[in-house]
Ligand binder design. Sequence first.
Ligand code: TXA
Ligand code: MG
Length: 321
Amino acid sequence: MTMHASIVNADVASIQKAAILLAEGKLVAFPTETVYGLGADATNDRAVAAIYAAKGRPQFNPLIIHVANPEALDGLIEWNETARLLAAQFWPGPLTLVLPRKKSCPVSLLASAGMDTLAVRIPSHPVAKQLLEAVKRPIAAPSANASGKLSPTTPIHVAESLYDKVDLILAGGKSQVGLESTVLNLTSTRPAILRPGGITREQLEKILGPIDIVSVAENTSLMSPGMLASHYAPNLPLRLNAMQAESDEGFLTFGPDILAKGGAQRLNLSPQGDLSEAAANLFTMLRQLDQSQLRGIAVMPIPNIGLGVAINDRLNRAAVR
Ligand code: TXA
Ligand code: MG
């Protein structure tokens, strides 16, 4: 089968090869601790355009720029004190900061969708780190899935939607966090979460004091044009906050589920009720329940605290038709 022909295990040689492909303007999917990314040289307009084409992504949705270390951002964005503080605390890790773009920033304007800000992140996955160190240039990387669909947390997920559109898939196991990074806007008067993700509001507020969470409606129109309401969607309709499932529904449960009834097939995000375990399993289990012989997927309520906020954000978007 040719389908998985482009998946290679990440090692020194394949990471080197991936870095060369990226420098040539090719697309490389690579693991991060949040989800797999579809990477391209952020300074190459054609390579960035190829990302939008491969994903079928609306061009107004800007991309996150990945680098290996804070110094690599000096030529790209205007640092401020808050950004320094958060970088020291949470990088490398699942946090994306939106900062003013430097006038001399070499990143393609297509990557930031013509805005004068730039979303930047330093991932912690060792393969991402080694790749970014080897390529020595900023890498634009959205999640490596067709636009609007479920994000990939394994190399097989990437192959399922992009195998003929990507030049290489670096395999580095299952993404540990399982949800995208938290996107935090630092260009507003008060820091504002544009997308809940792997770093919780509580973690950020410990450092920053009270911060805003921008609602989906506000987000869609202004701040983060990419935050389309419908997103992260399986093919089947989702029914949220369900305590029981029909015989033709898949059932995604959470915590002790002995009292939850029904479902043609049942998967538990975390029998112990652990929100990080649930986040790590979310996209994989939604994929597993997304079967053509079923009518829909029922989902048990998830507590809206900590990582539960990001989980509910993805579920709410996936439920929009
Ligand atoms: O965890 C992640 O962030 C993953 C991995 C691969 O790093 N990447 C990811 O990228 O989720 P993507 O393209 O699927 O999501 C990027 C989000 C979008 O919601 C987009 O609107 C927002 O970041 N964004 C990007 N640039 C922005 C900017 N300048 N201002 C506001 N929002 C921005
Ligand atoms: Mg995405």
